[in-house]
Each structure stands twice: as structure tokens, then as C-alpha cells.
Design a protein around this ligand. Structure first.
Ligand SMILES: Nc1nc2c(ncn2[C@@H]2O[C@H](COP(=O)(O)OP(=O)(O)OP(=O)(O)O)[C@@H](O)[C@H]2O)c(=O)[nH]1
Ligand SMILES: [Mg+2]
Length: 692
């Protein structure tokens, strides 16, 4: 029997690197009976870390979809990577989930990536649970982890389960919601009575739980105030509402490796987490018009492609989240974005690397279609052609770039093809030819991100990929007004060429780029030739006089000129204007502009001093610094692009891998002196090389 919308629960397991997400997913599968026995990440046999690159590095790189059945419900689980290099994968799984399970390492509590992913979930207003993992470790501290969540995120977080005998002596958990306790040994759980020394803690947590549950419901609140307690059923009822409204954050304790605490978690997910029916809101819009769209089982089929990957055996896999209606195998649909028909063949439920064939997918479910001809990630598939499409998933801009090339043309073509394919799978990668610098630039979220893709290409396609630091896209501009005149004149055989242009240029405010006006008085140049003049100016601005970089923020005015009744042409005026512009620019105090980025760095407060002095050595200007909560600092600064080319690597080494940053282009700023001389010299060298 296929599962109906009300029986489906889909969530993403997210958290800081190495907190134990993959181990947790593996052990949930084992507890749920989806696999016989759990494997270790260390031996490379887990269901979700199955690619060679994941097995080699013992980390998750891709988001992997698995599922299990529990209490007559289908639970879809995304195991997501922790390293921020792969944030695109994490966000894509958030997009196709109704809630998230944040995993904390009980020794460290909230960490940098926890904060990053939490913020993203805030933007989606997505309900979340917290699993405090590794309770078996000696330095595990459950209470500290719970208060960390409260402190960092200002949310109402409270334990639904808490550990028995923590700090190196972990024995089991107390289930606050059902007033029961369980002991774990040899992977088995046994019910015990709540230990005496924990009965006070239990009472305290039970009261907090009941209070939180009562808040959203007036009847419950009255009863709680009158009697000071609620029944299990009443708490469940109140929690359902509170979670649906994303008002509370229930916290669970356990050990993924021991499979401890997982039954309570699965029961909570199937009994308390609300049905997705009417739940997930995906904003859709056309031309800025936005409207919320909710999961609806009884409606025309509409689905969203949330992820695309390329499988060695099955070809292209499109992960599809059904938003409304039912998706059926072997049907013809419309790709709303492309306005094209798309034939859906077989449908599958992925389980790690395995694909299990299914016939239908209900609204809220996630499955895979293979070998779709035209459909890409972020596109909408529908049974009806004329429906609005879902808006594209917002992914962060790449923060690390390298220039790539191959030794010969044939392997370069192959490399290009594979890199474009990689970008199709991962929206946080980009690959493009930069005409300004004449380089192929491959960008991603960090050097780990880009090197994993390149290593895979090198290995699978046996191509030698040559990498180098990318050149910076400098600009040129002027500092003062200037004027020049130029006559283009050629008398060769039949038709001659004649055009004379008097051109004035002046600086525009930074960022205004370009302006052209015609102030010719009395028909010295006919109207028909003015477009030729403008073309000449535009052409001249493509390559400045200092180092051949594009010229920006200049207003040009054609003041006067002269034409010839027979020999003038648009081409002649274009050439004259181009040269007039260059001459004028030489006299207008030309300078170089460099791109300056807005940088936001998240670090532990003990690295604050190091970060500040490092930023100043990078010619950075600090804009502000704020303490997000105790421990984590956010530093905002503006730093020249040139100084950030390797920041993804260097920040990691300064902060032992804990720091993270975002960067976006902000503006161009003038450079002079030695910095400028170096750029000009390098450009000359480069142009000479190209001329050879
Ligand atoms: N002691 C202990 N170790 C654990 C537990 N869960 C995971 N680990 C170990 O922690 C390490 C990381 O576990 P993973 O499951 O790969 O963690 P992850 O969060 O998936 O890591 P990334 O995918 O790289 O973010 C491995 O060595 C696990 O064996 C636990 O409950 N107790
Ligand atoms: Mg993992």
C-alpha cells in the first residue's frame, strides 16, 4: 500500500561536521528495521555515506535520502553533510523537508555550522528538534547543551528525554513525555523505573514540558494553572500545536553509536510532528508576485525538482518533492519552466545508493525519476501546463574560486563538460569563462568543495586539470575632466573614410558606470552618425589605457566634429570616437579600481583578536562586530577581493576549522602606488604573453 500524505514525515538531519548525523541516520534505520545492523562511518559501509569520496574522507559530502517505516508512517530522512563547503546540499534538503533534526555533539553544544544551518531554518520558519548526541562520551554535558540552544537562539528549548548517568557513565534515558525510563546495554533497551536521584530533575522537566504544551491552547492553560500538571495526552495535544507554529524546540538525549534514545525520537516524530498536509509553504511567484503554496493531497499534481545527481549506472536522477496531488509513474507531465512536455518513466524511492521502484508518490513524498530529458533542479513539473512555477531555491554565493585549464584541447572539452555537469548537480558551484581575465573560473564554497569535484574529474576521466589563482577583475576610471579631438581620415582608392570627433569626458559617481550624451550644435555631425560615435566610446571603454581593464564611471559628451559629404560613415565615426576617448582618458588622470567585498566572518570569541589583525593586514576596513551570543562573534568588514582569494583556506587555518564566512561583491575602490604598479606590470606581462 502506498503511503498517503497524512502518513508521511520528511526531515533533514543537520548539524556541525562530525556531530554524528550519519551514525544517527544509520542507527535510526537499524532501530526502524530498515537495515539488519548498523555499520560505522569509519568502515565505509553506512547507507548514506556510500560514494568513494565520502568513504575515503570519512565525512558526508552529499545529502542522501533514506526512509523507514515506524508506527504505520513513512519517514523520509535526509542525511546532510556538516562541512560548510556543502551547504548547498543541506539547503536543498531543507527545501524538501517539513522539519529538521539538529544534531549536537554533547561535548561541544552549539557550534559554528549549527548556527549557520539554524539561521537558514529560521528564514524558512521551519520547526526543528534537537538531538544531543554522543552522551556516551566522557565530556558529554546534556544540560549545558540545552542551555546553549536557549542562549544562542533565544528559543524555548526543553528536554523531551534526558540522560541517565551522563559524563562518562551513560546508561540510558528518561522519557519525560511518558514518565518512563530506559536502560541500554548491548544495543537493547529495557524499561526501568526512573532512578531516585533523577526524580527531581524529571519533575522539573515535566513541568517545563507541560507549561510549554499548555501555552498555545486556552483550555490546557487553564487546567495547567489550576492543577499544575497535564496528562500525557494533553501535553501531546499542546505540543502538536506548538511545533506546528514553530514556538518550541524539543530536545532529545542519546547516543547514535549505541542506538540509545532513538525509539523515543521515532515515536515523537510519528506521534507529535504534525501531518505535512497543508504544512510546507513554498513561496511561488511570477514577476515579483508571491503567494504561499501548501501541500495538498487532493489537487492537480504539482511537484518540484529539489536535487539532481548523476549516477554512474542509472544516469541522471531527479529528486522530486510532490507538493500537490499524486505523481504516477509512466505519465506525461509538463515542465512549467521550459513550457515543454516531459515524460516520466519509472519512479523510485532512493535508499542510499539503492533505488527501489514505486508506482506513485503522494503529496509530501520525495522520490526519484530517471533520465528526464529537459528538467533541471528548481523546475516545476505539473499535470497541467498553465500553473505558476515555484520560485528557485536561494543558495549562497560561492566564496572560493580557482582558474582551471587542461593540457590539451580535447581534455579541456571533456573537463568543461564535466564541470558544467557538476554545476547542474550543485547550485553552489559555478563555472564560467571570464572574458575580462581570459580564464575559466571554477567557484564553490571552499577549497574542499572545489578540490573534491576536480579530484573526481581527474580520476574518472583521467584528465590532468591545471589550477591557478584567478586573476582579479580590475576596472579603470578617471579622476578629472578632459577633452580630446580626433580625426579619422583615410584616402585609399575609391571611397575614403572621414570622421572627426571632439569628445569631453568626466568622472561619474562610483557605480554609475556609463553615460553618453550628444551636445553637437548646428549639425556638425549628422544625427545618423551619433550611434557610431557612441559605439566607438563603448568599444574604447572595454579596454582602458592603463592596463587594458574595462573603464567605468565615465560620462562622455560629444561636443563637436566634422563630416564629409561622401567619405563619412558610421565606421569612420566609431574609429574617431574610440581614439578620441583614449586620448581624453590619458589626460583625465586614469586610475585603477579594485573590487572590494563585503565580508562577514563568524568565529569563536577567542579568535577575535587574530581575525581583526589578520583583516587589517589584508587592507580590510572593519565595519562592525557583534556578539551573537556568548562564544560566537560576527565581524563585518570590507576587504579587497585580491586579499580574499584564499581566505576560505586561511580562515580555516587561523580558527582550526571553526570559522566561517560569507562574501559578496560590494563596490570598486581606487588603488594607487605600489599596489597599482604591480597590477599594471602584471597586466603588461600578461598581454605580452598573449601577443606571443
Ligand atoms: N562516542 C560516540 N561517537 C559517535 C557517536 N555518533 C557518532 N560518533 C562518531 O563521531 C564521528 C563522526 O560521526 P558521523 O556520523 O560521520 O558524523 P557526521 O555528523 O555525519 O559527520 P559529517 O557528515 O562529516 O558532518 C565518527 O567517528 C563516529 O563514529 C556517538 O553517539 N558516540
Ligand atoms: Mg555525515
Amino acid at each position: 500500500m502506498p503511503f498517503l500524505t497524512d502518513q508521511i514525515r520528511s526531515f533533514a538531519v543537520a548539524g556541525h561536521g562530525q556531530s554524528g548525523k550519519t551514525s544517527l541516520v544509520e542507527n535510526l534505520l537499524a532501530v526502524g528495521g530498515a537495515i539488519d545492523k548498523p555499520e560505522f562511518v569509519g568502515n565505509g559501509k553506512t547507507v548514506s555515506d556510500y560514494t568513494p569520496e565520502e568513504i575515503d574522507r570519512k565525512i558526508s559530502i552529499y545529502s542522501t535520502l533514506v526512509n523507514l517505516e515506524w508506527n504505520d508512517k513513512l519517514i523520509n530522512i535526509w542525511d546532510t553533510p556538516g562541512a560548510s563547503d556543502f551547504i548547498g546540499e543541506v539547503i536543498a534538503s531543507f527545501r524538501s523537508s517539513e522539519f529538521a533534526l539538529m544534531v549536537l555533539d554533547a561535548r561541544s553544544g552549539v557550534q559554528i555550522e549549527t548556527i549557520k544551518y539554524w539561521r537558514n531554518l529560521d528564514e524558512r520558519n521551519m520547526p526543528r528538534l534537537v538531538f544531543v548526541n554522543k552522551m556516551d562520551e566522557t565530556r558529554a554535558n546534556f544540560a549545558e547543551s540545552v542551555s546553549d540552544v536557549k542562549k544562542h537562539f533565544g528559543v524555548e528549548a526543553f528536554p523531551v528525554t534526558f540522560p541517565i548517568g551522563a559524563e562518562g557513565n551513560f546508561k540510558g534515558i528518561v522519557d519525560v513525555l511518558h514518565g518512563k525510563a530506559y536502560e541500554f546495554s548491548d544495543g537493547k533497551e529495557k524499561e526501568i523505573s526512573i532512578p531516585d536521584d533523577l526524580s527531581e530533575t524529571y519533575q522539573e522537566y515535566r513541568e517545563i514540558l507541560a507549561g510549554a504544551a499548555a501555552e498555545g491552547d486556552e483550555d490546557l492553560l487553564v487546567k495547567f494553572i489550576d492543577e499544575g500538571e497535564l496528562t500525557d495526552e494533553e501535553i501531546e495535544k499542546g505540543l502538536k500545536l506548538a511545533i506546528k507554529d514553530n514556538r518550541v524546540v524539543p530536545v532529545f538525549a542519546g547516543s547514535a553509536l549505541q542506538g540509545a534514545g532513538l525509539v523515543a525520537l521515532l515515536n515523537f516524530i510519528t506521534n507529535i510532528i504534525p501531518t505535512p498536509n497543508g504544512g510546507l509553504e513554498i513561496v511561488e511567484g511570477d514577476d515579483g508576485e508571491e503567494q504561499a503554496f501548501k501541500i495538498t493531497p487532493d489537487a492537480d499534481m504539482r511537484a518540484l525538482v529539489v536535487k539532481t545527481s548523476n549516477d554512474q549506472f542509472s544516469g541522471r536522477l531527479s529528486y522530486i518533492k510532490v507538493i500537490s496531488g499524486t505523481l504516477t509513474a509512466d505519465t506525461e507531465l509538463y515542465n512549467v519552466n521550459e513550457q515543454k512536455k516531459e515524460k516520466i518513466g519509472k519512479l523510485y524511492k532512493p535508499f542510499g545508493k539503492k533505488l527501489i521502484e514505486i508506482k506513485t508518490l503522494a503529496a509530501a513524498d520525495i522520490g526519484v525519476a530517471v533520465k528526464l530529458s529537459d528538467t533541471k533542479t528548481n523546475q516545476t513539473l505539473a499535470s497541467n501546463q498553465n500553473v505558476p512555477k515555484f520560485i528557485s531555491l536561494k543558495t549562497p554565493e560561492p566564496i572560493y574560486s580557482i582558474a582551471v585549464g587542461a593540457t590539451e584541447k580535447k581534455s579541456e572539452d571533456k573537463m568543461n563538460e564535466l564541470l558544467f555537469k557538476a554545476c547542474e548537480e550543485d547550485m553552489t558551484l559555478s563555472y564560467a569563462f571570464n572574458p575580462e581575465t581570459s580564464q575559466n573560473v571554477f567557484s564553490g564554497m571552499g577549497d574542499l568543495h572545489t578540490s573534491i569535484v576536480l579530484d573526481k574529474i581527474k580520476q574518472n576521466a583521467k584528465i590532468e586539470v591545471i589550477t591557478s589563482t584567478p586573476r582579479i577583475a580590475y576596472r579603470e576610471t578617471i579622476q578629472r575632466k578632459a577633452q580630446a579631438e580626433y580625426t579619422h581620415k583615410k584616402q585609399s582608392g575609391g571611397h575614403g573614410q572621414f570622421g572627426r570627433v571632439v569628445l569631453a569626458i568626466e568622472p561619474l559617481p562610483r557605480g554609475d558606470k556609463y553615460k553618453f550624451s550628444n551636445a553637437v550644435f548646428g549639425g556638425a555631425i549628422s544625427k545618423g552618425y551619433i550611434p557610431g560615435v557612441e559605439k566607438g566610446v563603448i568599444e574604447a571603454m572595454k579596454r582602458g589605457v592603463l592596463a587594458g581593464y574595462p573603464v567605468v564611471d565615465v560620462a562622455s559628451t560629444v561636443l563637436d566634429g566634422k563630416e564629409h559629404p561622401v567619405d563619412s560613415s558610421e565606421m569612420a565615426f566609431k574609429i574617431a570616437a574610440r581614439n578620441a576617448f583614449k586620448d581624453a582618458m590619458r589626460n583625465a588622470g586614469p586610475i585603477l579600481l579594485e573590487p572590494v567585498m563585503n565580508l562577514s566572518v563568524l568565529v569563536d570569541s577567542n579568535y577575535l583578536g587574530d581575525i581583526m589583525s589578520d583583516l587589517s593586514s589584508r587592507r580590510g576596513r572593519i565595519l562592525g562586530q557583534s556578539t551573537l551570543s556568548n562564544g560566537i562573534e560576527e565581524i563585518r568588514a570590507q576587504v579587497p577581493h585580491k586579499e580574499l582569494l584564499k581566505y576560505a583556506i586561511e580562515l580555516r587555518s587561523i580558527t582550526s576549522g571553526t570559522g566561517s564566512f560569507e562574501v559578496a561583491f560590494d563596490h570598486y575602490a581606487p588603488i594607487s602606488g605600489k599596489t597599482a604598479d604591480e597590477v599594471i606590470a602584471a597586466a603588461k606581462e600578461f598581454m605580452d604573453e598573449r601577443a606571443e
